[in-house]
Ligand binder design. Structure first.
Ligand code: NAP
Length: 251
């Protein structure tokens, strides 16, 4: 029960890493507030959690909308009395390809969904955690755009995910005295709908990792669990790799 009675917001909870995190965190005693656009998928996850005796509420919305970030915090407080943690995990790959061929709209969609959403989230989560004497925020970044992991055709995605690391450092420095820890989690290639089920794509990802396989969503959720739990009480301002060794490679 690593998260017993902690209230945690999870975005991107309708699928992949976020759905695995919702189930894992609830099993570890958290009260979870689940966000994503597809409300019907969120409700399925919440049903699974409540059938096992856990506590989950859902709110469908778009992380590009500032008011949605506020509404998730309001829901956490009204339903469970406080906000202790947030796994800001919703994200998209967006358009892939060379930057000279990319439209400004495609660029802006990725930056808004993956990075501006983190600004909205922290803007409302931090005051709520401060009221409660502290908390823990985790952003899902990526190995893409980080150490040794430049990837062709992923400029907007890499920029958005690297931007999350800069935001993490600044927030951790600003809010450490308020006992709010902020960390970025950098998954490697993980088997989710975002990476599809094409065996050749899976094989490509596997070769990038020293462990020579892709991650299961629950393995990434376990790292998020650690960062949100009191076991990580002295971990803040970190870019935590859960990438099978991808970023340790010498290229
Ligand atoms: P996924 O299964 O496609 O999940 C993405 C989640 O984000 C879904 O729940 C989706 O829900 C939600 N989402 C997307 N756009 C949204 C929006 N505008 N508003 C609200 N929710 C939105 O992919 P995943 O692999 O689990 O990705 C989770 C996170 O891990 C992402 O940030 C991704 O960049 C990151 N990541 C993934 C990998 C990987 O290899 N899979 C590696 C490194 C980092 P709805 O469609 O219902 O809105």
């Amino acid at each position: 029960m690593e998260l017993k009675d902690k209230t945690i917001i999870i975005t991107g909870a309708s699928s992949g890493i976020g759905a695995a995190a919702a189930i894992l965190f609830a099993a570890e005693g958290a009260h979870v507030v689940l966000g994503a656009r597809r409300g019907s998928e969120l409700d399925k996850i919440a049903d699974q959690i409540s059938h096992k005796g856990g506590k989950a509420v859902t709110l469908a919305g778009d992380v590009n909308d500032e008011q949605y970030s506020k509404a998730l915090v309001d829901l956490a407080q009204s339903e469970f009395g406080a906000l202790n943690g947030a796994f800001n995990n919703a994200g998209i790959l967006g358009e892939m390809g060379p930057i000279p061929d990319m439209s400004a709209d495609s660029w802006n969609t990725v930056i808004s969904t993956n990075l501006t959403s983190a600004f909205f989230a922290s803007k409302y989560q931090i005051p709520a955690m401060e009221q409660n004497g502290g908390g823990s925020i985790v952003f899902t970044s990526s190995f893409v755009g980080y150490s040794n992991s430049g990837m062709p055709g992923m400029g907007a995605y890499a920029a958005s995910k690297a931007g999350l690391i800069g935001l993490t450092l600044s927030l951790a420095a600003q809010h450490g005295q308020q006992k709010i820890r902020v960390n970025a989690l950098l998954p490697g290639g993980t088997k989710t709908p975002a990476t599809g089920d094409d065996a050749s794509v899976h094989e490509f990802f596997a070769t990038l990792h020293e462990l020579k396989r892709m991650a299961e969503p629950t393995e990434i959720a376990q790292s998020a669990l650690f960062l949100l739990s009191d076991r990580a009480s002295f971990v803040t301002g970190s870019a935590v790799n859960a990438d099978g060794g991808a970023s340790s490679r010498l290229v």
